[in-house]
Design a protein around this ligand. Structure first.
Ligand code: NAD
Length: 277
């Protein structure tokens, strides 16, 4: 018996990183998955976003667990692409029980030097993209009077971060959005919650910009990331955490174990906020 037996889980940004962990954890617990990712680059993002090969690999790993995976090359900034993907997924799987709004980008600049493009890309993906993703599934969930939505915020949804004001604004914003979605969908038996990851090792953070940030100078290395991760978290033995720790929390929130939990945000940060709060 899995915690998500017979469920269908839609994951944005599902090709890799935390999205892949959500896919594999959901599949292991009995769900079929619908994976959306953009698989092309945004000009304002310096590290590579997902590729078609990333998506193929996630599908391979889901299918190795004897579950089905549907994929869509879709951009969370585009309501039509989201709506079309949702309609096609419902036609194939019959329903969508869960949305994990996970897609996101991370860029850095002092707020007074940030370009309008950098600001608006961040808003469009990390904040408006979450609204559009929830908007795409809400009518179907309301019709069925059932569903669970999990939104990926960040510890930066609860605290500032040096030189990424736009990211901080979106990650605070999705917590407010989560609470309103939870309020408006509660009468329909649909829950909505969010997660605040600490430092998670994914392609978003295992790249030169993040190595430099944790080193405190240019020319940083993966060793600087690991060392910095230990200082970032309070809990013994916790440097950058694997994405599965976030997938496990989403699993709880999307399962009947959390049937009475809605409108909350859960830090999964190995005590980071104890150090900064
Ligand atoms: P990641 O870069 O590996 O994954 C993000 C995914 O989103 C990628 O597959 C990317 O292609 C996809 N994506 C980006 N723009 C998109 C768009 N417009 N439409 C569709 N897909 C798009 O990084 P991750 O760490 O797995 O990030 C997942 C989420 O976790 C993000 O929302 C991120 O902000 C958040 N987060 C990450 C960390 C961390 O330390 N890695 C910490 C806190 C929060």
């Amino acid at each position: 018996m899995g915690l998500l037996d017979g469920k269908t889980v839609l994951i944005t940004g599902g090709a890799r990183g935390q999205g892949r962990a959500h896919a594999l954890t959901s599949a292991r617990e009995g769900a079929d998955v619908i994976l959306l990712d953009i698989t092309r680059q945004l000009d304002s993002v310096e590290y590579p976003l997902a590729t078609a090969d990333d998506m193929t690999e996630t599908v391979r790993q889901v299918e190795a667990l004897d579950r089905r995976a549907l994929t869509f090359d879709a951009d969370v900034r585009d309501q039509t692409q989201l709506d079309d993907a949702v309609a096609a997924a419902i036609a194939e799987f019959g329903k969508i029980d869960v949305l994990i709004a996970n897609a996101g980008i991370w860029t850095r600049a002092p707020f007074w030097e940030m370009s309008e493009q950098m600001w608006s890309d961040m808003m469009d993906v990390n904040l408006t993209g979450v609204w559009k993703s929830a908007k795409a599934v809400a009518p179907h969930m309301i019709e069925r009077q059932s569903g669970s939505i999990v939104i990926t915020s960040s510890v930066n949804g609860l605290e500032p971060g040096m030189n990424y004001a736009h990211y901080v604004a979106t990650k605070h914003g999705v917590i407010g959005l989560m609470k309103n979605i939870a309020l408006e969908l509660a009468p329909h038996g649909i829950r909505c919650n969010s997660i605040n990851p600490g430092a998670i090792r994914t392609p978003m953070t295992d790249q030169q910009g993040a190595w430099d940030m944790f080193a405190g100078h240019e020319g940083g290395t993966p060793d600087d990331l690991v060392e910095g991760g230990y200082h970032f978290h309070a809990l013994k033995g916790h440097s950058f955490m694997p994405p599965e720790v976030i997938a496990d929390t989403a699993l709880y929130l999307n399962s009947d174990l959390a049937a009475s939990v809605t409108g909350v945000t859960i830090p999964v940060d190995a005590g980071h906020l104890l150090l900064t709060g």
